[in-house]
Design a protein around this ligand. Structure first.
Ligand code: FES
Length: 136
C-alpha cells in the first residue's frame, strides 16, 4: 500500500511551472503543473547533462530543459526524439486540492543521481526559488 506524503497545495505550484521538493537524500524532485492542472513529478535532473528541469518551460505535457532545450515528457521522463535518455518519474496524486508524492519513492528513488559539479547545471542547489522542504 502506498503511503502518500503531502507536499503542498496545488495552487502553490505555478501554472506552466514547477516547484522543487528537497529530500533527505538525493537530488530534489520537480513537481510540475500544466495549463490543464495536471501534475507530474520528475527528478530535477535532465537526462542530457543534468540541467534543472524545474527551471524549464512547461508546454503541453512536456518541459523544455533550460540548458540545451531538450524536450522531456512529464508523464514518463523520456526525452523526445532524436534525443535519447530518461529521467526518473515519481508517482503523484492530487486530492482535495493537495499534492502528494509516494513517501517510499521520495526516500529511495534515484538517490544516487548527482548534479554536475561544473557548468550551469551545478547552480540548481538549495535556496533556489520554489523549493520546499517536506516534513518528515
Ligand atoms: S542539460 Fe538539459 S538539454 Fe542539456
Amino acid at each position: 500500500m502506498t503511503t502518500w506524503k503531502r507536499i503542498c497545495h496545488l495552487d502553490d505550484i505555478p501554472v506552466l511551472g514547477a516547484r522543487r521538493v528537497q529530500r533527505a537524500q538525493g537530488l530534489e524532485v520537480a513537481v510540475f503543473r500544466t495549463e490543464a492542472d495536471e501534475v507530474f513529478a520528475l527528478l530535477d535532473r535532465c537526462p542530457h547533462k543534468g540541467g534543472p528541469l524545474s527551471q524549464g518551460l512547461v508546454f503541453g505535457s512536456s518541459v523544455a530543459c533550460p540548458l540545451h532545450n531538450w524536450t522531456i515528457a512529464l508523464a514518463d521522463g523520456q526525452a523526445a526524439a532524436p534525443d535519447e535518455g530518461c529521467t526518473p518519474k515519481f508517482a503523484v496524486k492530487v486530492q482535495d486540492g493537495a499534492v502528494y508524492l509516494d513517501a517510499h519513492e521520495l526516500a529511495t528513488l534515484a538517490t544516487d543521481a548527482t548534479r554536475p559539479v561544473a557548468g550551469p547545471a551545478c547552480h540548481a542547489r538549495d535556496g533556489a526559488p520554489n523549493c520546499s522542504t517536506i516534513d518528515s
